[in-house]
Design a protein around this ligand. Structure first.
Ligand SMILES: [Zn+2]
Length: 491
């Protein structure tokens, strides 16, 4: 039996002004690290199935996906199956939480279309921040999402979904249960490494290790997704229906009480000054400017922290990064060692009006290609587009076209900015950065600059999400009954 493995990955921030068109999607390949697609392929090969790779569409987080891209992906998938098939199953590495210009549930649409056209089992993998809808639960035969945040189990997630598929193809009966919890929490407010959510994960992992469960994922839907059906989801696989159902109900019920504990501890702008004054560690203060994180679909053009530093005459040695195509153009025109006045920031998101004017020397110019070495996309060649390092007094400002994988140290290092040589560095990421930045940081601050991936979810201009029944608009802790949000099926 032949099985196709393909990928369609994009996480939508409904508040981003950038529509993800075909140009946003590229196949990202790495010579050194394995991802979901390799996990699928390895397990299938180990079990004697012939696999082949289909279309690979992967994009950074952004706004909605142009629906035509989804149709193009499906058309490529059909061509590939027509050429190399027929197939006995389809494996799709998806991100989840993909809204298109036409449908709220882009992944559900893809799965349903494939299922309808080929009538074979469909196995999918997701990010932990996927929005697992009723449609996805009904249509997909195998579902696995990351169990780590910061994410570092991409390969194993592909393996887990493929393992579910292999069991299904071998005729073993198993059961899936899903409990939805109508809540969203800011991605900077929790990890699976410590805190209340990690305790819930430990409990579920214990059930996996002692053989009670066959698999589980607890999806924390990415919280800037303005769609009608939007939930955190507990997804369970077990050998009998009672275990699947009861575990999903128990974990879902407990998750429903955690919203208030999954909020980030935010620092003020003043705390930056205090941290810089008091820091005697010899290591830099790292400031997470998470609300402008391109990893979470924001555009990365915000300079409120830089502005604050300038206005307060702070002379600390600081590193900044900003998406600003106009500043890059000017840097290339000015040339290395040239001096000019640059207006930086607020150049992409029409809602962002903050910019600063600085006199700076062009320190270096770059093609923008770089290879991250952190756990997110280790070994993948990426590009932030043409870019330049501007030196304005004690500040080094990396201006670029589209920064990506912002939690990776190489995003600075490759362009000649060594964070450990600075007193402060801005990182535009929610949580992913902690894995590599914690060891080099004297202190980590978390400052909300009010951009599209803000932790102040209520401040955003929601139009579709059902606020009348969801946390944080409604305190669901006392009223939520998991049994009212249960779906189950035999697989
Ligand atoms: Zn994620």
């Amino acid at each position: 039996m032949k099985i196709i493995v393909a990928e369609f990955a994009e996480e939508t921030n409904s508040f981003s002004p950038i529509i993800a068109d075909r140009g946003h999607f590229t196949p990202w390949m790495s010579a050194t690290s394995k991802k979901e697609i390799h996990g699928f392929a390895d397990v299938l090969a180990e079990n004697g199935y012939e696999t082949f790779f289909g279309p690979m569409y992967r994009a950074e987080s952004s706004g909605k996906v142009d629906h035509a891209v989804v149709e193009e992906f499906l058309s490529d998938l059909r061509k590939c199956i027509a050429e190399k098939g027929p197939v006995g199953a389809v494996c799709l590495a998806l991100h989840g939480a993909t809204q298109t210009t036409e449908v709220d549930d882009g992944c559900g649409y893809i799965i349903k279309t494939v299922k309808k056209e080929y009538g074979v089992p469909v196995a999918v993998s997701f990010d932990l921040h996927a929005n697992v809808t009723d449609c996805i639960f009904t249509e997909a035969d195998a579902v696995a999402g990351y169990q780590t945040y910061p994410h570092r189990d991409q390969y194993n997630t592909g393996r887990r979904s493929a393992s579910q598929l292999v069991r299904l193809l071998s005729g073993k009966k198993e059961y899936a249960a899903k409990v939805s919890v109508p809540m969203i929490a800011p991605a900077s407010g929790y990890t699976t490494d410590n805190g209340p959510l990690s305790e819930l994960y430990k409990r579920a992992k214990g059930l996996l290790e002692d053989g009670t469960l066959l698999d589980f994922t607890m999806f924390q839907v990415q919280p800037w997704l303005d769609v009608r059906e939007c939930n955190a989801v507990v997804y369970i696989r077990a050998a009998d229906p009672e275990t699947a159902r009861n575990t999903a109900l128990s974990l879902g019920q407990d998750l429903s009480g955690m919203g208030e504990f999954m909020q980030p501890q935010l620092d003020s702008y003043e705390a930056i000054i205090k941290a810089l004054e008091e820091n005697k560690t010899g290591k830099p203060v790292i400031v997470s400017d998470f609300s402008d994180s391109p990893n979470a679909g924001s555009v990365g053009d915000d300079v409120k922290i830089l502005k604050y530093m300038l206005e307060n005459g702070l002379q600390y040695r600081c590193a900044f990064i900003v998406n600003d195509p106009e500043a890059v153009k000017k840097a290339f025109k000015t040339g290395i060692d040239g001096k000019a006045v640059f207006r930086i920031g607020g150049g992409i998101d029409p809602a962002n009006k903050t910019s600063v004017e600085v006199e700076a020397v062009v320190e270096s110019l770059h093609s923008g290609r770089y290879v991250p070495n952190g756990p997110a996309l280790n070994g993948f060649e990426l590009s932030i587009g043409k870019s330049a390092v501007l030196r304005a007094g004690n500040f080094d400002i990396l201006v670029c076209n589209h920064m990506c994988i912002t939690g990776d140290l190489m995003l600075y290092r490759h362009f000649g900015i060594e964070p450990t040589q600075f007193q402060m560095a801005i990182v535009k990421a929610n949580t992913s950065f902690r894995l590599v930045y914690t060891p080099i940081a004297g202190k980590i601050l978390v400052v909300d600059t009010g951009c599209p991936s803000t932790a102040d979810l209520k401040s955003l201009p929601w139009t579709r999400i059902p606020k009348d029944s969801m946390f944080p608009w409604v305190e669901i802790k006392k009223t939520y009954k998991a049994a009212e949000h249960l779906m189950e099926k035999a697989v």
